[in-house]
Every structure is written in C-alpha cells, then in structure tokens.
Design a protein around this ligand. Structure first.
Ligand SMILES: N[C@@H](CCC(=O)N[C@@H](CS)C(=O)NCC(=O)O)C(=O)O
Length: 229
C-alpha cells in the first residue's frame, strides 16, 4: 500500500491522515473518540500543500483529508468513514433507530457536509480571493456559514430534538458534523448565539469527553510538540 502511514504501537493499525484544523478530519476524530478507537496519525499540512504531494495522493487521490487506514483498508470521505465505523463497530450507535429518524439525522449531516462545507473549502476561498479580494473572501465565507447554520437550526426543530444533542439524548452523526462547523464559525467570527438549539448542542458537546479529545487544539503542531517534549 504506497503512501500509507507508519503504524504506531497500540493503535491496532488504525491511522488517520488529517490536518488539525480540517473540519472533515475533526468529524472523523470525534467519531473515533465516540467509538473508543485508538489511532495513530499522519498529519498532512494543508497550508504547506502536502495534500498534493505524491505520497498523500497515493492515500487519497482527491488530494483531501481525512483518510483512514483501518482493517487493511484505506478509506476516504469523512461521512463514508463514519458510516464504516458505525457498521463495523456498532456500539455506541451514531444513527438512531427507525428509517425516518435515520433519514433526518443523515439530512442534518449532509446539510453541512454537502452544502456549507464545500463552499468554504481552501480552494474555493482562494479562488474567491483571487477574483474579488480578501474582504470578499471573508464576506463570502461568513455569509455561507451563517445561512447554513440558520437552516440547520430550523431543521433541529424536529420531534427528535430532546434538548441535548442534535437527535435524542446521545451524540451521533449529526453532532460529529455540526461541531467542526461551529469551530469554523468561531474562527470566522460568525456568531450562533441567536440560534438556541445549536447553542444547546454546542454546550452539550463541549462537555463531552469524545468531543474534548477530538478538539483541534489538541492536534495543533505546537500542542503536539509540547506533548512529545
Ligand atoms: N467531502 C470530503 C471533504 C474533504 C475536504 O474538503 N477536506 C479539506 C479539509 S476540511 C481538504 O483536504 N482541503 C484541501 C484542499 O482544499 O486543498 C470529506 O467529507 O471528507
């Protein structure tokens, strides 16, 4: 398997290729932590362009993170990875019981992963900046995130919202996708204080050990150097 990461001891061969600030990577880190799966990491520096290096393209031909080595496979696309984890390691479940509830939770996850996130990707933002300048880049991104979160808030107005997580009283797929998007919102100065359901979910997840373990601050290059030294 060319380009795959070295397998660290005690990780059972599970290796995540990620970037500390990547929200798609953060989704998978949350799911891994919820499932209690120990993993090693191959950090891919997106700012330095390492996602386009041959070694990474062997892992993910799309030149994106995350990618996950697990069970002798190399998986890409964060939602496909999370689905795989849920199918192969069902406890705790990341999707609710019943087709209608599952469809709703998938719709929540896709509302961010398919509609909001792709328009805020590095390549898109760089292109907007090249065409219209740095202010336009920031305005584009804030507008995109703000509209997406407002729609998400309305989608949470659903019988499955029990006042803790996106659906029911345990974290699941939709929370894995929402929380990284909220991290991005903070970075870009987009407030969600006026969105009550999202604010409740944000507070619940902020106190949950799996979300704390997956937080980008733990994976920033300086934090990693301090932990090692
Ligand atoms: N749909 C993909 C999106 C992956 C994605 O866009 N990853 C970003 C980081 S969040 C990336 O690798 N960007 C690199 C680039 O744009 O060059 C997934 O969910 O895994």
């Amino acid at each position: 398997m060319p380009g795959v990461g070295a397998v660290a001891e005690g990780t059972g061969g599970v290796v995540l290729h990620d970037y500390w600030r990547s929200s798609a990577s953060y989704r998978v880190r949350i799911a891994l932590a919820l499932k209690g799966i120990v993993y090693g990491r191959v950090p891919v520096d997106l700012v330095a362009g390492q996602q386009r290096a041959a070694a990474h393209l062997d892992v993910n031909p799309q030149g994106l993170v995350p990618a996950l080595q697990i069970d002798g496979l190399v998986l890409t696309q964060s939602l496909a990875i999370i689905d795989y984890l849920d199918e192969t390691r069902p406890a705790p479940p990341l999707l609710p019981q019943g087709a209608p509830a599952r469809a709703h939770v998938r719709a929540l996850a896709l509302a961010i992963a398919c509609e909001v996130h792709p328009l805020s990707n590095l390549a898109v933002l760089a292109r907007v900046e090249a065409l219209a300048g740095a202010d336009a880049r920031a305005e584009w991104n804030r507008d995109n995130i703000g509209r997406g979160l407002s729609a998400f808030e309305r989608m949470l107005d659903h019988p499955g919202f029990a006042g803790r997580f996106c659906h029911g009283d345990a974290p699941g797929l939709a929370d894995c996708v929402l929380i990284p998007q909220l991290y991005n919102a903070d970075r870009w100065g987009v407030s969600f204080d006026h969105l009550p359901r999202i604010s409740i979910v944000a507070r619940s997840c902020a106190a949950h050990p799996a979300f704390l373990a997956a937080h980008p601050d733990n994976f920033a290059p300086l934090a990693q150097a301090a932990a090692a030294g």
